[in-house]
Design a protein around this ligand. Sequence first.
Ligand code: PGA
Length: 226
Amino acid sequence: MRKDQIYIIGNWKSNKNRQEVEDWFQTYFKSKTKILSQTVTAVVCPVYIHLDMSHTLVKKLNLDLKLGAQDVSPYKEGAYTGEVTASQLKELVEYIIIGHSERRKYFGEDDKLLEEKVKRAKEENLKTVFCVQDENTYVPESVDIIAYEPIWAIGSGTPDTPENANHVIGIIKKKTENMKVIYGGSVTPENILSFISMEHIDGVLPGGASLDPLKFFKMVDQASTL
Ligand code: PGA
C-alpha cells in the first residue's frame, strides 16, 4: 500500500565519538547508490555535542538526511546548567525525540515535564517525535509524530509482531485523530518491511541498527521500494 510519507528515525542514544560520527556520514555517503524516494524521510539523532559537526557533514556531502536531537530542555534560555534549549537546537536540527522510555526510566521524566518539552519544541517549530510505551501513554497536544515503543522490545532483539504493532498503532491513531505513528523496538534491515507494509505504521525508530551506516542505508533503501 502506498503511503504519503514513511519516517525512518535513527536514535543513536549515547553512542559514538567524533571520529565515529564522521565515519558514519562518510560511509553513508559512499553507500548511496540511488536518490532517496520522495516518500521516505530519513532522520538521524546523534548526541548534542556532535550535532554541529553532523550538520556540517550533511551539508558538505549533500546527504538526503535530516537531523534530530534526542532530548530538549523544558525551559527557555537562562540559568539552567547543562540544558540545551529548543531555540539553540533549531539552528541544527528539524526533529526532537521526546519521552523516550530510557529518559522516563533513568531520568525520572514524567508527563508534566514531557508536556513542557513538547511546548518548548513547538514554540520553535521543531517536529516532535513523542515516544509512548503503549496505547494508554499520555500524549501532549501538538505532537507531530508518535513512536510506539514497547519497553520489552527495545534493544532486546525481540521486536513486537508487525500485526500487534499495527493493532496498537491503529488504536493510538483513533485516539489521536490519525496522527503519524511509527514503531520502534529491535527494528532491523531484515524486519523493517514487515512493519512499514502494515496499514497503520508510518515508519520506524531504530536504535541499535541505526548505528551502522550500511544497515541504516539498507533500511532507507528498503522503505524506498514500498
Ligand atoms: P533498538 O532501540 O532499535 O535498539 O531496539 C529503539 C529505541 O530505543 O528507540
